[in-house]
Write a protein that binds this ligand. Structure first.
Ligand code: 13P
Length: 301
């Protein structure tokens, strides 16, 4: 494994490449990455980093986003079939239907969506900025797609706006049930409960804190408490367990592993860099419109 990591580092230099990894990636992948973070942070890095090649260790929509924000670069997704079932719940035609049903209402799409869906939307958001983005839009109605749990979370923070939601959700976060939180609270009464807003509204309402993956990590790093019950994918434990060894981190549900995020391994990164495999390519019309939706998010927040 050490040899493979060394070989990846050599190839990175040879190809003038940087590795971006989402907080849900395997520990071994996070260890070779130049930047690790949540979707918002990684989008900003993709838009600004100086290099010729970006290796995006994450899922399809993330690499697609990086390509749109840095079209002149080669963007590699080491595992080409690392998808997102949440993003797959909606397509461009469904967005067009929503827009016909609610003419003039702005469409906010969560970054967990395809380029085609982004192309039909007005502005993109991530879990770190969704409240801010939706709050800045004119008018008192918002179409929010495709995650209804995140949409509900945003709607609660913006009571003056009416939200029209798409009923998509993340299969991994849906595993966390109210009973899991109640049981864990009983067993660990002093622990803080930190969840992602992709969890159900009932679960979020029982938590001490809800935020993006990086916000959860930051909260746990900054708070003095010793025990944390985490309601998001297991990858966030990587940095926390390394940097906060005096604290204890437990998952609220044993099954919080995203099979798509866990596809990428050192072998996948090595193969992609060596053979220039899994190069992101986008339809130019779709990419042009979707890039405006992404850029609007970066201008607004
Ligand atoms: P963030 O890292 O932006 O919170 O997104 C996580 C995610 O995609 C959950 O499925």
């Amino acid at each position: 494994m050490i040899e493979l990591a060394q070989e990846i580092n050599r190839l990175k230099q040879e190809r003038n490449a940087v590795i971006l990894a989402h907080n849900y990636q395997l520990d071994e992948v996070q260890a070779v990455a130049d930047y690790v973070g949540d979707s918002f942070y990684l989008s900003k890095i993709a838009a600004s980093v100086a290099c010729e090649v970006i290796v995006f260790c994450g899922v399809f929509f993330m690499a697609e986003t990086a390509k749109m924000l840095s079209p002149e670069k080669t963007v590699l997704l080491p595992e080409a079939d690392a998808g997102c079932p949440l993003a797959d719940t909606i397509d461009a035609e469904a967005v067009r239907v929503l827009k016909r049903q609610h003419p003039g209402v702005p469409v906010v799409c969560y970054i967990n969506s395809s380029a085609e869906v982004k192309a039909e939307s007005d502005v993109c958001c991530t879990s770190a900025n969704a409240v801010q983005v939706a709050g800045l839009l004119p008018g008192n109605k918002v179409i929010f797609i495709p995650d209804s749990n995140l949409g509900n979370y945003v709607a609660k923070q913006l009571p003056d706006k009416e939200f029209i939601l798409w009923e998509g959700s993340c299969v991994t976060h849906a595993k966390v049930q109210v009973a899991d939180v109640l049981k864990a609270r009983e067993k660990y009464p002093a622990a803080k409960v930190l969840v992602h807003p992709e969890c159900s509204p009932e679960v979020v309402s029982l938590a001490d804190f809800a935020g993006s993956t990086s916000e959860i990590i930051r909260y746990a790093e900054e708070m003095p408490d010793r025990q944390y019950l985490i309601g998001t994918e297991a990858g966030v434990l990587c940095r926390l367990r390394a940097s906060q060894q005096h604290k204890e981190f437990l998952l609220l549900h044993a099954g919080l592993f995203c099979p798509n995020m866990k596809k990428t391994r050192l072998e996948s990164i090595h193969r992609a860099l060596l053979a220039n495999q899994c190069v992101m390519k986008l339809d130019s019309t779709v990419a042009r419109k979707a890039t405006l939706t992404l850029r609007k998010m970066l201008e607004m927040v």
